[in-house]
Design a protein around this ligand. Structure first.
Ligand code: TRP
Length: 404
């Protein structure tokens, strides 16, 4: 590609080489339209680019087929972000397999879980042709490369205060955690998990990261990583913004005081996005409620009934959607029974997940299984292009690559 400069840059005297090279990437960006926002702090106000659009990044662990809690909490939002995206926005979603191995994994199972998660994302309607880049984290080595570089300016003290590794090791959250026995069990990868997450986000210069509230700490840490790097080397990263949503808490159908979870041994406690209509119906019809046969919304004292109301509300299409409390009032006014509530909920959930199972199975089998690999490879290539653009600058700033 020739060294053409964009019209806005041309009048600037004393053009540095760094800037000339940047202009090439700007040109590429126009040609490939793979990049959204690039707020360049480095070049100062004189040539700072106006934000072009959002760069939205999020990741999900390859835990296999998502359940209704994962779907209503995160994946449905991803689909909405896709549907609402402006042409200048860029969406990147990754199946974060490198994060998965911070806990013990069987290789065969992990290979399968990655495919299942990818097929699930596509089955709920994420469509790479409509814009989002979808790929396995490990397919784009720039993520790990940036993680290493960030880990050289990340603080152990800060990581030590994060709560996820403690809860995964089932430790209490008190000082003295890092004593010897604990240290032996604590693997370095689990401890530094947030650095990899920061790299995921920063390597694509994401401006917005949609995550649940449980990830807030990690997002703040990612912002800290950006700042530390910028101070130590050069202003390259823009701290990403957290995009939280009011995630509904979807509770277990058999133990409604705890969250719906993949790890519960009781299959009937959850609904998977690929559950059949019969499974959905039968699990909801026998969902644990309480002996009081009338509908009221009270998550504290009636967690089972309230969970059904929450599901019904969430699975009602937007214009007609009512908050669970109002739904409860409607049911009560009609003198409805818990059975009526269960039937309405089952119907709404079946409707919401209609077609997901069929698409999921078809995608897994398409071209004898090869189609998914092809889709992933295309996503990985796109993601690698986006990540490499950052890494060229990072390597230059650190002294690991040619100066820009
Ligand atoms: N840690 C996130 C989770 O467990 C997954 C994740 C990895 C992620 N990298 C990310 C989320 C980057 C947002 C951005 O849910």
């Amino acid at each position: 590609m020739s060294l053409t400069l964009c019209a806005r840059c041309r009048p600037l005297a004393g053009l540095t080489r760094r800037h000339a090279v940047r202009s090439i990437t700007q040109q590429q960006r126009r040609n490939e339209s793979t990049i959204g926002t690039y707020a360049s702090v480095e070049e100062g106000a004189q040539v700072a680019k106006k934000p072009r659009g959002k760069v939205i990044f999020s990741g999900i662990q390859p835990t296999g087929v998502p359940h209704l809690g994962n779907y209503l909490g995160a994946l449905r939002l991803w689909k909405k972000l896709q549907d609402d995206a402006k042409p200048e926005d860029k969406l990147i979603f990754s199946v974060v397999d490198l994060h998965a191995i911070t806990m013990p994994q069987d290789a065969k199972v992990l290979r399968l879980r990655r495919r299942e998660m990818l097929a699930s994302l596509l089955a709920i309607g994420l469509d790479p042709e409509k814009g989002p880049t979808i790929f396995y984290q490990s397919s784009v080595p720039q993520h790990s490369e940036l993680m290493w570089i960030l880990s050289c300016t990340a603080s152990m003290g800060y990581l030590g205060r994060m709560t996820q590794w403690k809860s995964k090791l089932q430790m209490n959250n008190k000082a003295g955690d890092l004593e010897e026995a604990a240290m032996t069990n604590l693997k370095l990868g689990l401890f530094s998990y947030p650095v990899l997450q920061a790299a995921d986000i920063l390597v694509h210069r994401a401006t917005h990261v949609p995550v649940g509230d449980d990830q807030r700490q990690h997002l703040e840490f990612a912002r800290e990583c950006a700042t530390n790097f910028n101070h130590t080397f050069k202003n390259i990263f823009v701290p990403p913004e957290i995009m939280t949503t009011s995630f509904p808490r979807v509770m277990s159908l058999t133990q409604p005081e705890s969250k719906m979870s993949k790890s519960s041994p009781n299959q009937r406690s959850r609904i998977e996005i690929t559950s059949t209509a019969e499974e959905i119906r039968s699990r909801i019809m026998v969902a644990l409620t309480d002996p009081h046969n009338a509908v009221t919304y009270d998550p504290e004292s009636r967690p089972g009934v309230s969970n059904l109301l929450e599901l019904l509300s969430q699975c009602t299409p937007a214009p007609a959607r009512l908050p669970p409390r109002e739904l409860a009032a409607q049911f009560a006014a009609a003198g409805a029974s818990l059975r009526d509530l269960k039937e309405a909920t089952a119907t709404a959930v079946c409707r919401e997940l209609d077609g997901v199972r069929e698409r999921y199975e078809e995608f897994l089998d398409r071209k004898g299984g090869k189609w998914l690999d092809e889709i992933e490879a295309e996503g990985a290539e796109k993601a690698a292009r986006s990540a490499e653009e950052t890494m060229v600058r990072v390597r230059a700033a650190v002294g690991l690559g040619p100066a820009m």
